[in-house]
Design a protein around this ligand. Structure first.
Ligand code: ADP
Ligand code: MG
Length: 317
């Protein structure tokens, strides 16, 4: 048996299916990101994993012990499993230090003090210890919430879109800090998000959830290069259907622009993006529109271009 396992869990709300026969196995200390659109069942799954929601079928085990849901446990939830949301749930009238110490009230005083110091250090919060939550940025408040959750040394940390209220710069900064923190602590972490980019930054291990079902599991490279469905392929970039070929697709970055070649088109539109110009190209035969990267920023609207590619880059979907 794996360290953490979710076995054939299903859950409906009235007639709406949120999770369908979902299974997952995790090793101790591993990180997994679960990526799914809004409504795909991510929060339902995490609440069931944490023993906070009653499933219709299936079981969850942590280290050989069955996680009991609120129907079977008087006080729902477990100290070993901590769930973190986008809202921080900090005590507004307590300082950073007091917030982190709060879950440790029943613990030995000396241990609690030492643990709080350790977490303040690990999360770079020492200089903010005497501040109140309202005196911190969103990213700093989320760090305090994470430190608070980690104070009781949970076995499993579940993060439910924890960056949704932060801006991109704050999110990237926090992700890189959390990545090293989790590696250092060896905590098992499941992160759910609708944002593939955030998932790729935090982990290399991904599960794609669609309508309460797993559609693909693998590392980032496998999922990007060998997606099993158009849905997974499109999470990474738009895809272009090759004319007169069956279900054969190319990514914008895999199309080469040449001044001579077979497939001809005209540049309809050009967008200046950070690493390349993104071109919309109307193909001559058939008139379909492709999206193609122009890394050298060579082409202008109206230009005639020829498109080519390596056959190994073609995705059959
Ligand atoms: P996600 O977190 O991926 O957005 P959720 O787990 O919140 O997905 O929701 C999955 C599905 O279950 C959605 O269709 C949602 O509308 C429905 N749902 C979630 N919670 C409830 C609830 N408490 N009552 C009724 N329907 C719910
Ligand atoms: Mg959700």
């Amino acid at each position: 048996m794996s360290y953490f396992s979710v076995r054939q869990v299903s859950k409906s709300y009235d007639t709406r299916l949120a999770l369908s026969d979902f299974s997952l196995e995790l090793e101790k200390g591993s990180f997994l990101s679960i990526v799914g659109a809004s409504g795909s069942g991510k929060s339902t799954l995490l609440r069931i994993m944490a023993g906070l929601e009653v499933q219709d079928a299936g079981e969850v085990f942590l280290d050989g012990e069955m996680i009991l849901n609120p129907k079977h446990k008087l006080v729902s939830g477990y100290d070993e499993i901590k769930l973190i949301h986008q809202d921080y749930h900090l005590f507004p009238n307590s300082t950073v230090e007091e917030n982190i110490a709060r879950p440790l009230l029943q613990y030995d005083k000396k241990y609690a003090k030492q643990r709080v110091e350790e977490l303040l250090g690990l999360l770079g919060l020492k200089e903010f210890r005497n501040r109140y939550p309202r005196q911190l940025s969103g990213g700093q408040q989320q760090k305090v919430a994470i430190a608070k959750a980690l104070s009781v040394e949970p076995e499993l940390l579940l993060l439910d879109e924890p960056f949704s209220s932060l801006d991109t710069i704050q999110t990237h900064q926090l992700i890189s800090e959390l990545k090293s923190l989790f590696e250092e602590l060896g905590t098992t972490v499941v992160f759910v998000t609708h944002d593939l980019d955030d998932a790729l930054r935090l982990t290399d291990n991904l599960l794609i959830l669609q309508k309460g079902k797993t559609v693909q599991v693998g590392n980032s490279k496998e999922l990007c290069e060998k997606p099993k469905s158009r849905y997974v392929a499109r999470l990474f970039s738009p895809i272009n259907l090759i004319p007169d070929r069956f279900n054969s697709y190319l990514r914008p970055s895999d199309v080469k622009l040449r001044s001579k070649g077979t497939l001809m088109g005209h540049v309809l539109d050009s967008r200046y993006l950070v690493h390349y110009n993104s071109l919309q190209i109307r193909l001559k035969n058939g008139g379909e529109i492709w999206e193609v990267d122009d890394p050298l920023r060579k082409y202008k609207i109206g230009d005639r271009v020829y498109l080519t590619w390596d056959e190994e880059k073609v995705m059959l979907l």
